[in-house]
Design a protein around this ligand. Structure first.
Ligand code: GDP
Ligand code: MG
Length: 150
């Protein structure tokens, strides 16, 4: 048998990235995936799909009861979503750094939301992408969107 890998090697972490319906609709899926790959992350799974109310209820459970919850779910059902599993050293924090602040009107230039996001004056912040916010969220969300990978 092979010896165990030295523990100093970085653990290949995974995160769930979603290109939200505004990103798919605006034709930005390729640009967003380009930025993920250019950073050095590996795409492990990519699927264009329609979300369902059940999937979104589980995915956004932490936001249930907030004023933007129903507009957020309706927005996420307004068109196809590109679901992605990206892998790499520190990819969870790294992708959120690539994505930028939640509100695209304050997200820094150089980030996906800062460069490409718009303030549409809508009920929900349409900010192009989702990225898992912790190892626990990533495992849970990858299980929801890609059950076959778990
Ligand atoms: P994220 O992790 O940066 O995506 O932000 P959150 O997890 O806090 O919120 C999930 C999503 O809900 C965001 O990406 C926005 O699309 C939307 N959202 C969050 N906060 C607000 C808010 O205060 N107002 C509105 N209208 N939408 C929000
Ligand atoms: Mg979040």
């Amino acid at each position: 048998t092979l010896p165990a890998e030295p523990s100093i090697l970085p653990v290949a972490e995974r995160t769930l990235v979603l290109v939200k319906p505004d990103g798919v609709r605006r034709g930005l899926s390729g640009e967003i995936l380009r930025r993920v790959e250019a950073k050095g992350y590996t795409l492990r799974a990519v699927r264009l799909m329609d979300a369902t109310p059940e999937l979104l209820a589980a995915h956004y459970a932490e936001h249930e009861g907030k004023p933007f919850y129903q507009p957020l779910v309706d927005f996420m059902l307004s068109g196809p979503v590109l679901a992605v599993v990206a892998e790499g050293n520190n990819v969870i924090a790294g992708f959120r750094s690539l994505a930028g602040a939640t509100d695209p009107t304050v997200a820094a230039p150089g980030t996906i939301r800062g460069d490409l996001g718009r303030d549409w004056g809508l009920k929900v912040v349409q900010n192009l992408v989702h990225g898992s916010d912790s190892t626990e969220s990533a495992a849970r969300e990858i299980g929801l969107w890609f059950p076959e990978l778990v």
